[in-house]
Design a binder for this molecule. Structure first.
Ligand code: 13P
Ligand code: SF4
Length: 316
């Protein structure tokens, strides 16, 4: 059945009423997906919501590793993703064999994996972390322990800089969307928008130069390096009216909707994650209607991955 966007939205709301289901959506999802979601957030907030919901089925509108995380946290729930091919270039930048070899080279190191990793990688890790708690997680580990931080090199360098940690080894992975947000983009926007506040995701390749500008006092106004949910909070609480947003452009829809009197300017209009955009409204409808596509992590992997996630959740 092919319907218009509005018809799909109507059908989704009516199907939702009949089923014990919750729709979770990441901040980068398309506007119409955000509109049908019961909850929108960053990776950490979505994991927490998945853990707390009493709904039997979770339709996860995000990328595959996020649905896997929900399945690990809630093994008894029916976790569905509307498109199984919604991957993540960052999560794909390391595989279990590579991590196993890396661990052999550093047998005493503690492994900290960003949430943007497969369930197998989490199962080989000591701690999981997200962009909003990576600094906290690293700070909770004894300074005497070496750390293997993976897979994002920009987030890793940021965490090493903030924690002043010298014994952190960082995997050279990157997200193709955030790696494309460069120092030149920040420099250009700083000149163009003198009064704007800068909201920068730590996966961006401009993160170090933004920190440098902040330390030097070059940022005439404020700059903040934040997770997507941190950006949402900052946009709401700041007294500024103009914001330059350095992350995937999907977040601008929610920012504008929740702060109608403020202006949000994307640092690059082409900062679009094609994996996030694979989740379309017709596919969400199909998920609800046909109970597809289930994401289930095998118990042998899930149990080990769960320990890394639990250690993170206990830290905050
Ligand atoms: P957040 O956890 O900050 O939402 O980031 C997830 C992500 O995929 C960023 O590209
Ligand atoms: Fe992965 Fe980058 Fe897309 Fe986030 S924006 S889901 S890190 S590819």
């Amino acid at each position: 059945m092919s319907l218009s966007k509005d018809e799909y939205i109507k059908e989704i709301f009516s199907l939702k009423k009949e089923q014990d289901v919750i729709i979770l959506a990441h901040n980068y999802q398309l506007p119409e997906i955000q509109d049908v979601a019961d909850f929108i957030g960053d990776s950490l907030a979505l994991s927490r919501k998945a853990e707390k919901t009493s709904a039997k089925t979770i339709i996860f509108c995000g990328v595959h590793f996020m649905a896997e995380t929900a399945s690990i946290i809630c093994p008894d729930k029916n976790v569905l993703i509307p498109d199984l091919t919604a991957g993540c270039s960052l999560a794909s930048s390391i595989n279990p064999t590579e991590l196993t070899y890396w661990k052999k080279d550093h047998p005493d190191a503690i492994v900290v994996s960003y949430v943007n990793t497969s369930a197998e990688i989490k199962a080989l890790s000591d701690y999981c972390c997200t962009s909003s708690n990576a600094v906290k997680v690293v700070n909770s580990i004894s300074p005497n322990n070496d750390i293997l931080f993976l897979p994002d090199m920009f987030l890793g360098s940021y965490v090493a800089e903030v924690t002043k940690r010298k014994n952190m080894f960082i995997w050279p992975g990157e997200c193709h969307v955030h790696a494309g947000i460069r120092a030149e983009d920040i420099n250009k926007m700083m000149k163009q928008y003198r009064n704007a506040e800068f909201l920068v995701h730590p996966e961006c390749s401009c993160t170090s130069s933004t920190m440098y500008h902040m330390a030097k006092g070059d940022l005439i106004n404020e700059g903040h390096i934040l997770s997507t949910e941190g950006m949402m909070q900052q946009a709401k609480n700041s007294s500024k009216s103009d914001f330059i947003v350095a992350t995937e452009t999907g977040i601008l829809y929610r920012m504008q909707k929740e702060n109608p009197t403020k202006n949000f300017i994307p640092i690059r209009k082409d900062a679009v994650c094609q994996y996030m955009k694979k989740i379309t409204i017709d596919k969400v409808y199909n998920s609800l209607l046909n109970n597809v596509y289930q994401v289930k992590v095998p118990q042998s992997i899930s149990r080990k991955a769960r320990s890394a996630i639990d250690r993170m959740l206990s830290i905050g």
